[in-house]
Design a protein around this ligand. Structure first.
Ligand code: DLL
Length: 429
């Protein structure tokens, strides 16, 4: 595999260069949002921050944070910092609660997105002319278009299939020699399963770039083995400008590199709401330096991770590495005094030989006591005892649950739903 760079100078800049760049860009972007948007201005004024005269990075922890609530309150375009005539595209995520989150883009924002994504492609070993199949949907979800904008800058041959119709995806991948497959994790799994059902393989396929959902190490290994490819964990979100804006894990697979000339990350200690020391798990907070239509200043992502390393990586990059996302701040499940994240369940289940890739975590109330049931698809050879043992080791207790045949549990379009709550009438929500 030829791993490369899209912007070698910037991707390998010295730490001093990166810090001094970030120092200057932080001052610039805070002044920019203050001068170009009334909601940002009001926020800084309320916090008593002199947004036009920051000293630099040391001021960052003192700036007010923002959250999804600010986006919702600003629906549709109250947080936008440019004239509407400059907007050329928008994406939107609906989330589980009510008002959607909108991200408008200027021409420069699309270019910035493309640059970040092109770095991801080159980092994963994509070469100009390689055939790329984009399976996330092209629409309000940022996935399809994000992979597309990056492919334009990386010079790839795009097959823009979008979501669904797996047999056709497989046929196109075979006929055109797809080398890079991009997908929401659970859809990458679907492709793998249908290939297995068809007793087919995709010999040209070498690289998988998957994300948007919980992504345990066992799941990564399972997909890598099933598709016979190298699997990369791609990260990004609507609020930062979409897939790949934040980064990807490199060939060293030692954490996700964050593009530090475009974004600065902090990890907040959940108890005290202040920056945590490197290595400690907390909520990821992002400030964007180079977004124009809607930059974020200290956006609380709700994602849990930790800083893994600020040292130069084996791949040559100097940009900070974070651990793969553990889950969302509000994802933690507490049952019978035991705390766990859905990702721990996935990690344990996917490590069982013969277990399928689809599972459900159902929270239910039995006679007033919270309980959990874990259903998983598996081959007939997998026994309840094996599943129970694996879950007991991972969680410290044995949840109830059933084993379903492969394809026996419902699937969703787009992002997979893993956690369900049982209504009093027995239905799931
Ligand atoms: O999911 C962007 C994306 C599309 C990433 C395709 C990767 C592939 P949103 O719909 O706004 O954007 O959701 C963002 O998804 O805050 C995380 O909770 C989760 N997420 C995204 N990437 C990963 C990942 C897209 N690699 C939210 N691992 C984020 C775990 C991820 N969770």
């Amino acid at each position: 595999m030829t791993y490369g760079f899209h912007n070698q100078k910037m991707e390998t800049a010295s730490l001093d260069e990166l810090r001094s760049l970030q120092n200057a860009k932080l001052k610039e972007i805070v002044r920019y949002v203050y001068q170009n948007n009334a909601s940002f201005k009001a926020k800084f004024d309320r916090a008593g921050i002199d947004a036009c005269h920051l000293k630099g990075l040391d001021d960052l922890p003192h700036l007010p944070t923002m959250s999804k609530e600010d986006f919702r309150a600003g629906y549709p375009l109250a947080l936008c910092c440019v004239d509407r005539k400059q907007i050329v595209e928008m994406h939107m995520s609906s989330g589980s609660t009510g008002t959607p989150i909108v991200m408008p883009y200027t021409r420069d924002d699309i270019n910035q997105w493309g640059q970040c994504m092109a770095r991801c492609y080159r980092m994963a070993g994509a070469l100009p002319g390689d055939v790329l199949q984009i399976t996330p949907s092209f629409g309000l979800f940022n996935g399809g278009f994000g992979f597309y904008h990056g492919a334009q800058q990386a010079g790839l041959f795009v097959i823009p299939t979008g979501a669904g119709n797996t047999p056709r995806q497989i046929k196109l991948a075979k006929d055109f020699g797809t080398r890079i497959l991009t997908a929401v994790v659970s859809y990458g799994v679907r492709v793998m399963e249908v290939l297995a059902e068809q007793k087919e393989s995709l010999p040209d396929l070498k690289i998988g770039m998957f994300g948007a959902e919980i992504f345990s190490d066992s799941m990564k290994k399972k997909i890598a083995a099933g598709l016979n490819i190298e699997v990369f964990d791609i990260y990004g979100m609507t609020e930062t400008g979409g897939v790949g804006t934040l980064g990807l894990d490199c060939c060293a697979h030692a954490g996700i590199h964050i593009w530090e000339d475009h974004y600065i990350v902090e990890v907040l200690d959940l108890e005290i709401g202040q920056p945590a020391p490197d290595g400690q798990m907390g909520e990821l907070v992002i400030t964007s330096f180079t977004r124009q239509a809607l930059p974020v200043i200290r956006f609380r992502t709700g994602d849990l991770t930790r800083i893994l390393s600020r040292d130069k990586c084996a791949c040559g990059r100097t940009h900070v590495r974070i651990a793969p996302i553990t889950g969302r701040v509000d994802d933690m499940i507490i049952v019978k005094g035991v705390n766990f994240f859905p990702k721990q369940v996935e990690q344990a289940l996917m490590a069982i030989p013969g277990a399928g890739s689809n599972y459900q975590i159902i929270i239910e109330n039995t006679d007033g006591v919270m309980d959990v049931r874990i259903n998983v698809e598996a081959e007939p050879s997998v026994t309840g005892y094996v599943v129970e043992k694996a879950l007991k080791e991972a969680l410290g207790f044995s949840p109830k649950g059933d084993i379903f045949p492969i394809n026996g549990l419902p699937r969703q379009e787009g992002k997979a739903k893993r956690v369900f709550y049982r209504n009093p009438d027995g239905t799931l929500r």
